[in-house]
Ligand binder design. Structure first.
Ligand code: COA
Length: 192
C-alpha cells in the first residue's frame, strides 16, 4: 500500500502532519489516520478505561474487532476524516488520541458527526484541545458547517470543551441521559 494514498485513492493529506509538544514537554505527531493504523487503534483501545470507552461510544465493549478497526482506520479525507496523536513508546508507534468526523449525508448537508477520545494517561494534558481544534479547522476547510455529537449528560469535560470552543451550540435530550449537541461552525465564535 502506498502510504501516501488513502483506500479510496484520494491523496493522503501530508500537509496536515504536525509535530506538536504538549505543555508538559511530551513530543507527539498529530496526523491524518491511515488504513494501516487499524492494529494501532486496537492496541490503543486496550489502554482505555471503561469510563473513557463509555463516554466515547455510549456503550461498553472490551475490544475493537478487526472489522471495527478497519472501518475506523479507513477515511476518504473529505466526507470522513480522522486525526490521530502518535507517540513512540518502548520503541513502537502508539496512538494516544483520535479525533474524527463523518458527514451525515445528503439528508443533512454540511452536518458531520464528530467524536474524540484521548488515552486516559494522556488526558488533561492539552492534547484533546489541540486535536479538536485541528479537526475543526480541517472540517471547515472541507465544507462542514455543523458538528453533531451525542454526549452523555454526565460528561462535564466535553461540555467544558464545547463551551470553551466558543461556537454557538444547541442541546437536545434525545434519550434519557444523552444529549445531542449541534455546534454551529459557520457562525462566529464568541471570545471565551
Ligand atoms: C474529552 C476528552 C477528549 C478531552 O481530552 P483531553 O486531552 O483530556 O483535553 P484537554 O487536556 O485538552 O482539556 C481538558 C479540559 O477539561 C477540563 N476538565 C477536566 N475535567 C473536567 C471536569 N470533570 N469537568 C469540567 N471540565 C473538566 C480541564 O480543566 C481542561 O480545560 P482547561 O484547559 O480549560 O483547563 C478526553 O477527556 C476523553 O477522551 N474523554 C473520554 C471520551 C469522551 O468523553 N469523548 C467525548 C464524546 S465523543
Amino acid at each position: 500500500m502506498n502510504r501516501n494514498r488513502s483506500v479510496s485513492g484520494d491523496p493522503y493529506p501530508n500537509e496536515y502532519i504536525e509535530e506538536i509538544v504538549l505543555r508538559d514537554g511530551t513530543p507527539l505527531t498529530l496526523r491524518p489516520i491511515r488504513p494501516e493504523d487499524a492494529p494501532l487503534l486496537q492496541e490503543a483501545f486496550t489502554h482505555l478505561s471503561p469510563q473513557t470507552i463509555y463516554m466515547r461510544f455510549l456503550e461498553i465493549f472490551k475490544h475493537l474487532s478487526d472489522e471495527q478497526a478497519r472501518f475506523f482506520a479507513n477515511v476518504d479525507y473529505h466526507s470522513k476524516m480522522a486525526l490521530v496523536g502518535e507517540i513512540q513508546e518502548d520503541g513502537k508507534e502508539r496512538l494516544v488520541a483520535v479525533a474524527r468526523y463523518a458527514m451525515v449525508g445528503p439528508q443533512e448537508s454540511g452536518v458531520a458527526e464528530a467524536a474524540i477520545v484521548v488515552r486516559d494517561d494522556f488526558q488533561n494534558r492539552g492534547l484533546g484541545t489541540i486535536a479538536m481544534s485541528r479537526l475543526l479547522k480541517y472540517a471547515q476547510e472541507h465544507g462542514v458547517k455543523e458538528f453533531l455529537g451525542t454526549i452523555h449528560v454526565s460528561n462535564a469535560r466535553i461540555m467544558h470543551f464545547i463551551r470553551r470552543g466558543g461556537y454557538p451550540f444547541t442541546k437536545t435530550m434525545i434519550e434519557p441521559g444523552v444529549w445531542e449537541i449541534r455546534v454551529h461552525l459557520d457562525e462566529k465564535p464568541e471570545q471565551v
